[in-house]
Design a protein around this ligand. Sequence first.
Ligand code: GCO
Length: 450
Amino acid sequence: MSNFSKEFIFGTATSSYQIEGGFDQGGRSLSIWDTFSETPGKVVNGDNGRMACDHYNRYKEDIQLIKELGVDSYRFSIAWPRIFPEEGVYNEEGMDFYRSLLDELLKAGIKPVVTLYHWDLPMWAYNKGGWINRDSVNWFLEFAEVCFRELDRYVDSWITHNEPWCASFLSYHLGHHAPGHRNIEEGVKAAHHILLSHGKAVELLKTDLNSQTPIGITLNLTPVYAKTTSVNDQLAANNADGYTNRWFLDPIFKGSYPHDMMNLFSSYVHDYSFIQEGDMASIAVECDFFGINYYNRSLVEYASNENFLFIGSHSDYEKTGMGWDVSPNEFKELIYRLRMDYTNLPIFITENGSAYDDVLEEDGSVHDKGRTDYLEKHIQAVSELQQEGMNIGGYFLWSLLDNFEWAFGYEKRFGIFYVDFTTQQRYWKDSAKRYKEIVASRSVHKEAVQ
Ligand code: GCO
């Protein structure tokens, strides 16, 4: 696993709502996740992110862990309700938190990669229609602008949005994430406004603010496979791919939505007039890199009673604790496809990781063999991709800490550090030790080639 060039970035990633806690500290107002998790039946065990990993109060020690891990970079997100607790009301204290966090990272020699939106929409914005309201683009730009102005000098790279599919379809159509709506048209509109706000934020940073800091977007991509070669299953796979991947890839890289999906959606989306002149060109703005979050492949089959004619199919692959297929080869195939059909930009794996049922031993160790194997297989895949000239710029392991796993609450642990949520103590899992070794062996290699 030593085929990594000296520029290759190893990192780890988190997001604000999942780790910060401090929900009422520093002038923060509520986000849609605070409210959603208060709604009975939405989050496993009724968990919420009020305390989470208490990172808001413990960020210094968490940065020490990152430093000890030896990675080059840390990806985190900014909680919008800390920066604008009310519409148009800027909260300096919220910004101070991120300034201190960034200072501390830079002191530790860690490059900050900052995501603007990782799903914690302020409630005030939701109350005015959230992402369904086109004004959301302007609210987001106001937030982005102040973040750029105040923080750009500390930041190594910006990511506008994390996984627009989740923030739109999973949240407004499938209802599993906040705000929990179930309406296809809303999902499609939310996706459009999120993508548009991405394009406009990139333009703002590059053109209006004239910054050289690299900026991009992160999509969650799930390569879809058909259960059989039957025409029906192939159609199911095509639709699943359209719904999950192409609906986001096509506008970003080709400046248009896929026509087959527009037709498929048109029984529910009566009017596409929310796509205004110039929008598609804005969305397709040139970025500096492309971020992807990869967890698993998906296997689907035809289902005549489903809206889009597909459902998940039984797969006999080895599974993670989420029930997701361990599928490093499909990860490679995904990258080949992106290179063939979509982009030459440097690709960053901005998330990759796995949940397993961890056991904290009495001596403080956690023998998470499943997660360790998972990360080795995927880093091996990245290494092979690098060797094949696929231009992967970096790899960020999800996640630094066990944290609030959205609708799964604290039941699913993705961290390489175990968090005891009663004491807030952190423990090294075996996977963290292994990751440290992998990163360090690359550093040795680095010195040898310098
Ligand atoms: C994601 C999310 C993470 C999740 C992770 C595991 O971007 O999907 O960024 O917040 O915790 O994917 O489900």
